[in-house]
Write a protein that binds this ligand. Structure first.
Ligand code: TXA
Ligand code: MG
Length: 539
C-alpha cells in the first residue's frame, strides 16, 4: 500500500490537505494523525470494517478497545448512552486536552471499537491539526497510538513512518507531540471514578473537579495472573524497546555509585539532563529531574533513541511518582517489565529439553514464580537481524549474495550451510559464540534484579551455553508422549515427528550430564519435581 504523507504546518494555509485527509477518512481509509499526546492511527469510529483495518495495521490484539476522538462536546451524545454530570464537569475543565473519559456506550459504536465491552472511551484532543481533521472527516475517529502493538508510542512523525509506512493510507505530519505520553484514562462507569492510565491530567486535577477518584492497582504493578484487567491494554506487553531496561532507585549520587560499581553489566544509561557527566557509560536523557512534564515529553523518544544507538542493556534513573510523574512511572515500569535493581545478585541456571519434552510448561511455571527466563532460541533467531559482525562473517564464509542491503537472506544461508556437516559446523562456529555472548550479557544483566535467571536453550549443551550456568536442568518425557505432543502441536505426521527426533540425538545424549532431570508426563508430579529442585538449589 502506498502511504501518502501530508505535512501540515498551519491548519488555515494547509486547508486543502486537511480536506483531502478528511475525504480519505470519510471514505473508510485509515490515517495517522498528530495529537498533543502521541500520534494516533485514526479511522471512522462508526465503521466496524474500517476499525478492523486499524487493528490489522498495528497488529493489535482484538480484545483491546480504542479511544473515540471528537471535535465538539455534543458529539459525545452520539457515542455515549449516558453522560453524567461528572463527565460534563471534567470536559468543561480539561477538554480539549489529554484526558479520556470512559462511559456506557451507545449501539452506534460497533463492537470492534470497544472490543465487545459495554463502555466506550472518548476524548477531545487539543492539537489543532487533530481537531481540524476530525471536523473535516465529519465523523468521530477511533484512534489508538500509531505504533506497532507493543512498541513505544510515536511522539514524532519519523517514528510513525518507521512503524506504519506502507500499512496505512496516509500520515499527517503535524510536528512533535507536546506531552509525549498518552492521555489520562478515567472511567466514570464504576461506582467510584477510577484512573486506569495516568497522564498529563493528574489525579489531583481530576479530584479537584469531581472528588474522590481511585487509582487502579495495575497503574504501578504488574497485572496479577488470572486477575481481570479494568483496562484490557494493561495486560499486554507495552512500550517495549529492544533494549533491556533496569530501574535503579535512589538519588542522583546513589545512581552514579550503582552504575560505577556495575558498569560491566550495561552499555547505556537512561538518565536526566545534566547527569551524563557523573556517569561512566554513554547516556540518553529524558527530561529534567524535577520536571515530570519534561520527562513525559522525552520518554518514548528516548526509548527509540536507545534502540537506534544499538543499546542492549540499560540502567534507568527512577523518576518521581508525583503528579505527571505517575504517568512517566506507569510507562517506564512496563517498558522495563518491572525490573528493579536489587542489592543481592541472582544466579544463572540452564534448562533444556528436546521437542515435545514439555520444557515450555516448566519455563512458564518458573516465570510465574518471578524467575527470569532467557529465550536462547529467540536470541539466535534475532542474531541475523541485530549483529553486524556476525553478518559480515557469514558473508565472508558463504558468499557476498547472502547479505543484501544489510539484511540476511536466511533461505540462501540455510541452503548453503546445511549442504554438508562441515559447512553446518562452519556456520555454527560463527553463530554459537555470538549467541553465547548475547545470552551471557542478558543473563548477567538480569541477575541484578532476579533471584534466579534460567537460560532456556534447546541446545544448552551442544552450544556450550551450559558453561554459563551454575546448575542445569533437563526436561524429558517418554518417546510416546513427545511424539503425541509434537504431532498435536505442529500438526505433522508421525514420520516427520520421528525425523525431528533423530536431529536432536546429539543434544539428548549430552544433556544426560544435566544436574537435574524433570520428567514431564502432564501429571501433578511435574510441579512437585520443579519445587524440589528449587529447594535443593537454595543457597
Ligand atoms: O493519548 C491518547 O490517548 C492516544 C492518542 C492517539 O489519542 N491514544 C491512545 O490509544 O493511547 P491506545 O489505544 O494506545 O490506548 C487506549 C487505552 C488502552 O489501554 C485501552 O485498553 C483503554 O484505553 N481503553 C479503551 N477503551 C476502553 C474501555 N471501554 N474500557 C477500559 N479501557 C479502555
Ligand atoms: Mg498504545
Amino acid at each position: 500500500m502506498n502511504t501518502e504523507i501530508f505535512t501540515i504546518k498551519d491548519t488555515q494555509k494547509d486547508a486543502e490537505k486537511i480536506a483531502e485527509i478528511g475525504r480519505i477518512l470519510a471514505g473508510g481509509g485509515i490515517v495517522a494523525i498528530p495529537t498533543e499526546t502521541v500520534y494516533g492511527l485514526a479511522g471512522n469510529a462508526f465503521d466496524g470494517s474500517c476499525v478492523k483495518k486499524i487493528f490489522e495495521a498495528k497488529g493489535r490484539p482484538g480484545d483491546n478497545p480504542l479511544i473515540v476522538h471528537i471535535a465538539e462536546f455534543d458529539e459525545i451524545y452520539s457515542i455515549a448512552a449516558e453522560v453524567p454530570e461528572s463527565a460534563k464537569k471534567l470536559a468543561e475543565a480539561y477538554w480539549p486536552g489529554p484526558l479520556t473519559i470512559i462511559l456506557p456506550k451507545k449501539d452506534t459504536i460497533p463492537d470492534e471499537v470497544t472490543a465487545g465491552q459495554k463502555t466506550v472511551a472518548v476524548r477531545m484532543p487539543s492539537h489543532p491539526v487533530a481537531h481540524a481533521i476530525i471536523k473535516a472527516s465529519g465523523v468521530p475517529l477511533a484512534a489508538p497510538s500509531a505504533n506497532i502493538s507493543g512498541f513505544p508510542s510515536p511522539t514524532a512523525v519519523r517514528y510513525v513512518i518507521d512503524d506504519m509506512n506502507g500499512r496505512i493510507d496516509a500520515i499527517a505530519d503535524g510536528g512533535d507531540c507536546e506531552f509525549g505520553i498518552e492521555s489520562t484514562v478515567v472511567t466514570l462507569a464504576t461506582p467510584v471514578p477510577r484512573i486506569l492510565r495516568p497522564g498529563a491530567v493528574t489525579h489531583g486535577m481530576i479530584e479537584k473537579i469531581i472528588g474522590k477518584t481511585d487509582i487502579d492497582e495495575a497503574v504501578l504493578n504488574p497485572l496479577k495472573k488470572g486477575a481481570q484487567a479494568a483496562s484490557p491494554g494493561m495486560k499486554y506487553k507495552h512500550y517495549s524497546p529492544e533494549a533491556k531496561l533496569m530501574i535503579v532507585e535512589g538519588t542522583r549520587g546513589e545512581f552514579a555509585g550503582y552504575v560505577q560499581a556495575h558498569k560491566a553489566y550495561a552499555d547505556y544509561c537512561l538518565c536526566f539532563e545534566g547527569e551524563e557527566q557523573y556517569l561512566p557509560l554513554p547516556c540518553v536523557t529524558f527530561g529534567r529531574e524535577d520536571d515530570s512534564l519534561s520527562q513525559a515529553h522525552r520518554f518514548f523518544d528516548a526509548l527509540r533513541e536507545l534502540d537506534e544507538a544499538g543499546a542492549e542493556t540499560v540502567f534507568v534513573r527512577s523518576p518521581s511518582k508525583e503528579g505527571v510523574g505517575l504517568g512517566v512511572c506507569n510507562r517506564l515500569y512496563r517498558a522495563a517489565a518491572f525490573c528493579f535493581a536489587k542489592e543481592k545478585k541472582g544466579r544463572i541456571f540452564g534448562i533444556c529439553g528436546a521437542s515435545g519434552s514439555g520444557k515450555s510448561t516448566v519455563c512458564a511455571y518458573l516465570a510465574e514464580k518471578n524467575f527470569r527466563i532467557i529465550d536462547a532460541d529467540k536470541i539466535a533467531k534475532n542474531l541475523l537481524d541485530t549483529d553486524r559482525s556476525v553478518l559480515e562473517e557469514i558473508q565472508k564464509a558463504f558468499g557476498e549474495d547472502t547479505v543484501k542491503d544489510g539484511s540476511a537472506d536466511r533461505r540462501l544461508i540455510a541452503d548453503r550451510a546445511f549442504a554438508s556437516e562441515e559447512l553446518t559446523k562452519k556456520l555454527t562456529d560463527i553463530t554459537h559464540p555470538a549467541i553465547i555472548r548475547k545470552c551471557r550479557k542478558e543473563a548477567e544483566f538480569y541477575t541484578l534484579c532476579y533471584d534466579r535467571v534460567f537460560i532456556d536453550a534447546p541446545l544448552l549443551f551442544s552450544s556450550g551455553l551450559d558453561s554459563l550456568c551454575e546448575k542445569t536442568v533437563r526436561v524429558t518425557a517418554s518417546d510416546e508422549t513427545r511424539l503425541k505432543r509434537i504431532m498435536r502441536r505442529d500438526g505433522i505426521s508421525e514420520e516427520s515427528a520421528l525425523k525431528r527426533f533423530s536431529t536432536q540425538k546429539k543434544e539428548m545424549l549430552l544433556s544426560e550430564k544435566a544436574d537435574f532431570t524433570i520428567v514431564n508426563e502432564e501429571d501433578d508430579a511435574l510441579y512437585e519435581q520443579i519445587e524440589k529442585i528449587l529447594v535443593n538449589t537454595e543457597e
